[in-house]
Ligand binder design. Structure first.
Ligand code: FES
Ligand code: FES
Length: 153
């Protein structure tokens, strides 16, 4: 089957029931999305499908309809995405394991809402768990990313 990932078509041979996360990591060698829980409960595996954040551990690859974006596809024209830039400036990551998923959810949030409130952030990010407790830095970085994004627009 053919997947479109980060703007490129990728042909894979996979059982349609294989979780998208397995297909990305093991067949397409795209390692940004992480395996955490495998039951759509932690967000570590979050990718975007046509801009919508989904848990790739729980979506069969045969059911994917649309273009997939992973963290590897966020930077463009030699520039980090504003969310990546803010994450770096604020040194959000601790162990880092959850952070690709956090960033993908934050990207989707800012595509929906230019200037999210704390409640918007809690609502959008509630499904992304961080065992290291980086939540305060995540919230601050999303606000910084919103400002960076507006400044670039
Ligand atoms: S690994 Fe997919 S939500 Fe936890
Ligand atoms: S930074 Fe360690 S789990 Fe989030």
């Amino acid at each position: 089957m053919r997947l479109t990932v980060n703007g490129k078509d990728i042909d894979i041979e996979a059982d349609p029931d294989m979780p998208l996360l397995w297909a990305l990591r093991d067949l397409a060698n795209i390692k940004g999305p992480k395996f955490g829980c495998g039951i759509a409960a932690c967000g570590a595996c979050t990718v975007l499908v046509d801009g919508t954040p989904i848990r790739s551990c729980s979506l069969p690859v045969g059911a994917v309809e649309g273009e997939i974006t992973t963290i590897e596809g966020l930077a463009a024209d030699g520039k980090l995405h504003p969310v990546q830039q803010a994450w770096l400036e604020d040194q959000v990551a601790q162990c880092g394991y959850c952070q690709a998923g956090q960033i993908m959810s934050a990207v989707a949030l800012l595509d929906e809402i230019d200037n999210p409130t704390d409640a918007d952030i809690d609502n959008a990010m509630g499904g992304n768990l961080c065992r290291c407790g980086t939540y305060p830095r995540i919230r601050a970085a999303i606000k910084k990313a919103a400002a960076l994004k507006l400044a670039r627009a």
